[in-house]
Structure formats: structure tokens, C-alpha cells
Design a protein around this ligand. Structure first.
Ligand SMILES: *Cc1c(COP(=O)(O)O)cnc(C)c1O
Length: 218
């Protein structure tokens, strides 16, 4: 069974097919900061399997199909109707918003030229301007902390997705001693640049200019 985490990929395609329809089931997040965000928390599961759909529906409703009868140890994870109403309006704008993200991504990819900054690699199967939805635009550099501080001083907010890898979290301490050198290296190097459908090209240009002026030795 393949379960997709589609939380950052709503609207994306892989070989012409929408993500969220590639596996047996997929999880979507409507957290406000996501590409399709509610005005509060929300999420959804997609599947073509009727039995699985019935079980998931039940799990989200205390494991119950029939009032006060519980078939599973479930939870309360229903999408409330107000959020569903906001989302059905916002869904109409998803493709256009994702297109704006692509324009920002294209601008970053074509204009960030700093030799010590690695730009996201685009697999040949996912043309930048076609199928990627750029929830985040993540660059890498060995000078990450210094670069973040420099950008903050220039009035440019960046975030780190994510600062601590799962096997270094207290919650997964049983995996603490796994040798995962690539994971650990990446967690020291990643930096997410401003990315949003409401970012203007002028604002992206300010980011690019600041990045290209960054001095690693000062
Ligand atoms: C946001 C996110 C989640 C969690 O979504 P919630 O709606 O907060 O439960 C899971 N996986 C990825 C990749 C995410 O970006």
C-alpha cells in the first residue's frame, strides 16, 4: 500500500497525473499556510478504495458509522462546514495561485547566481513551469545561519524547513544513533526563501539582489 503525503503538493502533477491520486490514499493539509489553506485547521484524505474510504470516514468520527456505536478506536477529525465552505471558494483560485508561485520560482531560478548557493534541482519529469507547485522554495548553502542572519538584517524573512531531522527528535530517540549523514548535512544547509502567490516580482527581485550580494567572508 502506498500512502502519499500530499500536504505540500496540492495541484501538482507527476507525468501528467495529479499528486494525491498516485497511491492507494493521500493526505492533504488545509493548514492556513498551505497552498490551499483554510481559515483554521483542516485536511482531507483521497482514495479510490470504497472500503478504505468508509474506514477513514469512520476513524475521523470517533470510529463510528452509527451514532454511539464505535467500530474503531477513532478520533474527532471532521472538517467543519465553515472551513469546507471557505475551502470550496478558495479551491477556484488554487491553480492561479500555484501559477503565481511558479512565476516567483522561475524568477529565483533564473536570477540567483551566487556561487555558494545551491538552487532546488528540478527533475526532468517535472517541468518547473508545468507541474511543481512550490509550496516552499528551498535553497542550500554551507553558510546557512550566516545567510539567514544577513537576510534578516536586510528585512527579508526566511524559515528553516526543518531545523531538526526526525531521528534527532526526542520523540524518535530510538532512531538517534542511525547513521544518516546526508540528512544531517541537509538540515544544516536548507533555507526557505519568501514564497507566496501574493509576493510580487519586485519583492522577489529585492530577495535576489540581497542574495547575490551576500559575502560569505565578512
Ligand atoms: C503541513 C504538513 C503536514 C501536517 O499537516 P496538518 O494539517 O498540520 O496535519 C504533514 N506533512 C507535510 C509534508 C506538511 O507540509
Amino acid at each position: 500500500m502506498i500512502i502519499e503525503d500530499n500536504a505540500q503538493a496540492i495541484g501538482a502533477e507527476w507525468n501528467g497525473q495529479k499528486t494525491g491520486s498516485l497511491g492507494d490514499a493521500a493526505g492533504f493539509s488545509f493548514y492556513p499556510g498551505k497552498n490551499l489553506g483554510a481559515l483554521g485547521d483542516g485536511g482531507a484524505v483521497t482514495t479510490n478504495d470504497d472500503r478504505l474510504a468508509a474506514t477513514i470516514r469512520s476513524l475521523a468520527n470517533y470510529g463510528s458509522n452509527k451514532k454511539y456505536i464505535n467500530d474503531f478506536k477513532g478520533m474527532n477529525s471532521r472538517l467543519d462546514e465553515l472551513q469546507a465552505a471557505f475551502l470550496s471558494v478558495k479551491l477556484k483560485y488554487l491553480d492561479a495561485d500555484n501559477q503565481k508561485r511558479r512565476e516567483i520560482a522561475r524568477f529565483y531560478l533564473e536570477n540567483i547566481t551566487h556561487p555558494e548557493i545551491t538552487l532546488p534541482a528540478i527533475p526532468a519529469s517535472a517541468t518547473v513551469f508545468g507541474s511543481h507547485v512550490w509550496h516552499l522554495f528551498v535553497i542550500r548553502t554551507a553558510h546557512r545561519d550566516k545567510l539567514q542572519q544577513y537576510l534578516t538584517e536586510q528585512g527579508i524573512q526566511t524559515l528553516i524547513h526543518y531545523p531538526v531531522p526526525p531521528h534527532r527528535q526526542q520523540a524518535y530517540r530510538e532512531y538517534r544513533n542511525l547513521p544518516l549523514p546526508v540528512t544531517e548535512k541537509i538540515h544544516h544547509e536548507v533555507l526557505s526563501l519568501p514564497m507566496s502567490p501574493v509576493l510580487t516580482i519586485e519583492e522577489a527581485e529585492t530577495v535576489v539582489n540581497a542574495l547575490n550580494r551576500f559575502k560569505t567572508d565578512s
